[in-house]
Each structure stands twice: as structure tokens, then as C-alpha cells.
Design a protein around this ligand. Structure first.
Ligand code: NAP
Length: 331
């Protein structure tokens, strides 16, 4: 059971592949981690169905099952879990303080694995159609659209990469973009524009995703210059309009880039010593389960090394497996 009288050696925020891999490693090194996660344990992967590209599963694995396995593996090494909404993080004092639903937890090292949320169009049924024709990751789901027709929404680098990637499977890819010019960098834009399998619907927005019981069957497209609406038949809709890193809790406390991704150096170290960031929260580029897991491993090892280098303090230290109760009053 999590206990807020303790000072944890390591607290991990987030329970996606980055957070749970960090938990497996820190737990196995007897850093007695506490994982704090929100209402969707397991993160984004639990919203996908089959995952074919996580090594070690030749037949693929269901996203929820993969995350449940990781959780069990972390529990096997003594990881504690607690659910709640983190309302405040204070990195200005040591131990660091994490406020969750009115409780304050303290820790010597913090691993931030809070992920990034794909931006959505705001259409009523798009979330309920996840895994049934709506996707936010072509690398994850493109394989399921062999010889099918798909729509990609967006005009940035991600949309262009996804459109070109999807031509490996789909027989037709239509990019729907709200302006008449792409935001993508020229090299990626040219690659998509010169690909004969990619068509463009300019000055256009997807106004509705059309579906039946088995999933997506088409989209309604609205031309933003003249208001005309048309319907386009398709089997899948890939929404590629950007991600929002979940970093608002760390505003003003950690260095971030212009998009709000936490900046890391030397692996997963942030601008505050003892605080690591792993997974999508610090990675606008790769955003894969396996890269997130890899960086979770790096964060754990760096947290362990940081703990090993701390001078021994009987009031703070909870060396190797025993989180010491402290005399400090509860906040
Ligand atoms: P992005 O650059 O922010 O582009 C988002 C695109 O979605 C824009 O074209 C935007 O339209 C459109 N959009 C946003 N909200 C929309 C809405 N509600 N409805 C319809 N369209 C909407 O995001 P990104 O493409 O994911 O790229 C994020 C960052 O990662 C960028 O810095 C990018 O360079 C980088 N990245 C790099 C690579 C690479 O180098 N290989 C690959 C992927 C991403 P407008 O153009 O009208 O604003």
C-alpha cells in the first residue's frame, strides 16, 4: 500500500510503457518505487487493440494485455501503485513533493513518464471508434489497412510521414488539410506530394466520421472556403494534427521546448538533478512503445545512480528496499 509517511526513493508518474519499465528496473534494484497513475492505467496503449511491433510477441499482443503484463512484472519486484490526479509537483525542495488528491508524497528521485496526448478533432464519435477505424498512429495500425482506403488529417511532418508510410499498405491515401499549403518541412512535404498513391483534399476539414457497427466507412469533408460538404468512402482515419505533452505540472520548474516537451540531456536527465523524464513526454519524434520502454529503462538506471551518489542521511535515506518512516509531520 502507498504510504505518505514514507520518503520514497523513486516516484514514477505515469503507467505507460516508459513508467512501467522504469518501475520494473527500479523495483528490481530495490528502490521501492511508487507509481502514480491517472484514471487510465497503462496509458495510450490500452486504447489500441493488437500490437504487432513490440519485440518478443511473434503473434502480436493486445495493448491492454501488454500493459497488464508490465504491471504484474513491476509488482513482482515490489512496486506500489496509487491512482489519482496529481494536482501539484514541487521540485524546488528536496525531497520532491507530489500532491495527489489531497495527499502529499515525497521522493528523492522522480521519473516523469506522463506521456503526450494526441490532439483530436473534437468529433463526437472519434474516441469510441479507436481501434475500429480511427487511429492516431500509422506505425502502430497501418498494417491493418492492406489494400484499403484511408484518410490522414493534418498538414505537418507527422501527417506527411504517416501518409507516405500508409502507402505501403493502403491502396489509396487521402490527406485532408485545412489550408492550401502544408506546414511540413519541404523534404517530407515533397515526399508526400510526389507519391502517386497520396491524394490531397485542400482547404478541407473532416466534419464527421461515418461509421456502422463494424467501424469506419467514410468521412464527411467540408471545404472551408465555400462550405461545400462531400462524403468520401474510406476504411480508416488517421488523425495526425499534433500531440500535447502532459507537462503543465512542471511549467516553470523544468526546461521545456517551445511545444512543452521536457528537455532531456545525457539520456533522460532533466534540468533538475534527480528528476528524469522518459517516453513521449520528452520525445516528439519517435513516440513508440518500445522507445518509451527503452527510455524508461534509462531513467531507472540514471535514478539508481543518482541515489547511489547521494550522501547518506538517516532522516532521508531509505536505502535498498526499506522506505524509512520519517518523523516529519504529514502535510
Ligand atoms: P504540427 O507540426 O503541429 O502539425 C499539425 C498539423 O495539423 C498542422 O498542419 C495543422 O494545421 C493541423 N491541425 C492542427 N489542429 C487541427 C485541427 N483541429 N483540425 C485540422 N487540422 C489541424 O504537428 P506534427 O506534424 O505532429 O509535428 C510536431 C513536431 O514534431 C514538429 O516540430 C515536427 O517538425 C516534428 N516531427 C518531425 C518529424 C521528422 O523530422 N521526421 C516527424 C514528425 C514530427 P495548420 O498547418 O493549418 O496549422
Amino acid at each position: 500500500m502507498p504510504n505518505n509517511n514514507l520518503i520514497y526513493e523513486t516516484i514514477i508518474l505515469g503507467s505507460g510503457p516508459a513508467g512501467l519499465t522504469a518501475a520494473i528496473y527500479t523495483g528490481r534494484s530495490r528502490c521501492c518505487p511508487l507509481v502514480i497513475h491517472g484514471r487510465q492505467p497503462g496509458g495510450q496503449l490500452t486504447t489500441t487493440t493488437q500490437i504487432d511491433n513490440f519485440p518478443g510477441f511473434p503473434q502480436g499482443i493486445d495493448g491492454s494485455e501488454l500493459m497488464e503484463n508490465m504491471r504484474l512484472q513491476a509488482e513482482r519486484f515490489g512496486t506500489n501503485f496509487t491512482e489519482g490526479e496529481v494536482t501539484r509537483v514541487d521540485l524546488g525542495e528536496r525531497p520532491f513533493r507530489i500532491c495527489v488528491d489531497g495527499q502529499t508524497y515525497r521522493c528523492l528521485t522522480l521519473i516523469i513518464a506522463t506521456g503526450a496526448t494526441p490532439k483530436l478533432l473534437g468529433l463526437g464519435n472519434e474516441e469510441s471508434l479507436y481501434g475500429r477505424g480511427v487511429s492516431v498512429c500509422a506505425t502502430c495500425d497501418g498494417f491493418f489497412y492492406r489494400d484499403k482506403e484511408v484518410v490522414v488529417v493534418g498538414g505537418g511532418d507527422t501527417a506527411m510521414e504517416e501518409a507516405v508510410f500508409l502507402t505501403r499498405f493502403a491502396k489509396k491515401v487521402t490527406v485532408v488539410h485545412r489550408r492550401d499549403a502544408l506546414r511540413a518541412t519541404p523534404v517530407l512535404a515533397d515526399r508526400a506530394l510526389s507519391n502517386k498513391q497520396v491524394e490531397f483534399s485542400w482547404d478541407s476539414m473532416v466534419s464527421e466520421i461515418v461509421a456502422d457497427q463494424s467501424g469506419v466507412t467514410g468521412v464527411r469533408i467540408k471545404n472551408v472556403t465555400n462550405g461545400e460538404e462531400t462524403e468520401l468512402r474510406c476504411d480508416g482515419v488517421f488523425i495526425a494534427i499534433g500531440h500535447q505533452p502532459n507537462t503543465s505540472l512542471f511549467d516553470g520548474q523544468l526546461d521545456m521546448d517551445d511545444e512543452g516537451y521536457i528537455q532531456t540531456g545525457n539520456g533522460t536527465e532533466t534540468s533538475v538533478r534527480g528528476v528524469m523524464a522518459a517516453g513521449d513526454v520528452q520525445d516528439p519524434q519517435f513516440r513508440q512503445a518500445i522507445t518509451a520502454a527503452g527510455s524508461g529503462c534509462m531513467a531507472a538506471i540514471q535514478a539508481e545512480r543518482y541515489l547511489d551518489d547521494l550522501p547518506y542521511d538517516p532522516n532521508l535515506s531509505c536505502k535498498k528496499g526499506i522506505c524509512k518512516e520519517t518523523n516529519r509531520e504529514q502535510e
